[in-house]
Design a protein around this ligand. Structure first.
Ligand SMILES: C[S@@+](CC[C@H](N)C(=O)[O-])C[C@H]1O[C@@H](n2cnc3c(N)ncnc32)[C@H](O)[C@@H]1O
Length: 239
């Protein structure tokens, strides 16, 4: 599939999911409940039941009071809202998503949950509408696999992090290269497996962007849309 077709398909399918407002795990979703009851028990059910991620970056990111955090591909906003408690009123959490319906849904959720230190922006990861060197932590949950140009995505992440800033990102990778029939299948693509790189390719794209101390914090294997994949949460630092 061409890059422009991939993005069109992703926007269409995730737009439909946002409008449907259903809970996690439709046929083609890459979602996995990576949250403990304790973490989500105080959230309105509209928020806690709408998770399309494949890990729990918030739990592993050691988020501190006062930090400025950006969640890329924020969907309905679950990770943004979890992080908002951790940064406290003196911090800020921004969600970014390219699908209008997702941004609308997240903004409504913010009002419903009375979150005052969050903001949702419409925009693309390949061209993040945020200033250079301005973010302490970038997180993301099952999104970069959907981005056709992963190196560009990681270059943008590098650009907007403050010196010494970090990313903690959960994503799917494959053990071995998936074949062309999977790569070109729109269902597998939106299910987060068609565009997934191998672990080696993924870590390579991160390192090429300039990050140091790149580590896999958590790894588990799973089957998504009948493809065996690894869910990994990876951390890296801007030197
Ligand atoms: C699998 S969902 C994950 C949503 C959320 N992170 C979660 O855990 O529930 C992927 C999200 O990434 C967004 N997305 C995909 N490609 C994107 C891109 N290039 N730029 C911005 N957002 C993107 C989609 O619109 C969708 O909301």
């Amino acid at each position: 599939m061409k890059r422009s077709e991939i993005k069109k398909e992703v926007k269409k399918r995730y737009g439909q999911l946002a409008e449907k407002g259903s809970s996690c795990c439709p046929d083609y979703s890459c979602c996995d409940i990576g949250y403990s009851i304790e973490e989500i028990k105080d959230l309105p059910s509209d928020i806690s039941e709408f998770s399309l991620g494949c890990g729990n970056p918030v739990a592993l990111a050691d988020i501190r009071k006062g930090e400025t955090v950006l969640d890329i591909g924020s969907g309905g906003g679950l990770d943004v809202f979890l992080a908002s408690k951790k940064v406290g009123p003196e911090g800020k959490v921004i969600g970014l998503d390219m699908t209008e319906q997702m941004v609308e849904k997240a903004r409504k959720n913010a009002i419903k949950g009375n979150y005052n230190n969050v903001e949702f922006k419409l925009g693309e990861i390949e061209d993040i509408p945020v200033k250079d060197n301005s973010i302490d932590l970038i997180m993301s949950n099952c999104v970069i696999n959907l981005v056709p140009d992963k190196e560009k995505a990681y270059r943008e992440i590098y650009r907007i992090l403050k010196p010494g800033g970090r990313f903690v990102i959960s994503d799917l990778v494959t053990e071995k290269e998936v074949d062309e029939s999977i790569k070109n299948n729109p269902e597998k693509l939106v299910a987060c497996v068609g565009g997934a790189l191998t672990e080696k390719g993924y870590i390579g794209a991160i390192k090429k962007s300039g990050f140091k101390n790149v580590n896999i914090l958590k790894k588990s294997s799973m089957v998504v849309s009948r493809v065996k994949v690894l869910s990994e949460t990876i951390k890296g630092e801007k030197g």
